[in-house]
Design a protein around this ligand. Sequence first.
Ligand code: NCD
Ligand code: ZN
Length: 341
Amino acid sequence: MDNRVEFVEIEQPCDMHVHLREGELLRSVVRDSARSFDTILVMPNTRRPILTGKDAEDYRLEITQWTPGLNVVSAIYLTPETTPDLIEAAAKTGVKAVKFYPRGATTNSGHGVRLETLGDPWSALEPVFDTMAQLDLILCLHAEDPDVPLLERETRALKTVTALATRHPRLRIVIEHATTRAAIEVVHGWSNIWTTITAHHLVLTTNDVVGNHHHLCMPVAKSEDDRRALLDASMSGHPRILFGSDSAPHLNATKNRAQGAPFGIYSAPVALPLLVGVFAAYGRTDHLQQFVSDAARELYDIERRPRGTTARRVVYKPWTVPNDQDPHWFWADRRLDYALA
Ligand code: NCD
Ligand code: ZN
């Protein structure tokens, strides 16, 4: 490989969008995140959803009993029952983000808000958004309109997202797991909009999804032009573009169902080595620190731990990703040039 680097060291790597589930499944996957990342933002769409500050704190304890050093940033799930008082109470317990799922858009989004009940731009939620802006809570958006065809869902939602950002200039909004050039353009155009980008969307297009359900997630990977835009964005050093793996494990017994297989890609074991490989191929490993750590530390005001104590090292060491895991690992049977040291 032309641009091979022998190793990369990232100080305090952050994965700002990860699904860890609960119980047995959590126990089996959480160390994969802790191996690569110092800090994670854990998503609240567990089977018993994380709705309050108390839920978030209990969940954080459930996670850290297996991974004591892991710095867990908490989010609660925005439902039709979420009130400004609930938001205020959650902020007091240390919750930093509120996750918005349009009902029906993805796995475990059944508690989410129905878009058609919200008015434009989601004005029924105005009091909640005002409180969040006052308290500096971040709005994490699953920015898809589930009522339109699959490949148009993200671009269709962007109009509402920008209207919301204009109406609430103090509210910090994150478009989660951006998949389109249009979403990246929105981030460039609005100073209160951020985005997370996954590792898998840097390497997949729609063509790779058809015929391989292990590549199926929401939002679905888009065109080659969209992928290029995501690559440029992640390697640009832009302060509002950050890494979020959207690692979303499903046990093989459910994921492999012929019908009704759940959406989600389990990427935690390979995400960091994959990212290093992608950045190295373009000679841009110097921008990994910004994408995988600094942008997140700034947005979420993450405590900077002493230099050197939180770093992860990724080394040049080709390996083949195993295909016999449960949950199935992303990139199985493919070669990665880099590995965690
Ligand atoms: C996620 C999951 O499985 O919880 N699935 C996915 O396809 N990405 C939910 C989500 O982030 O959309
Ligand atoms: Zn997700």
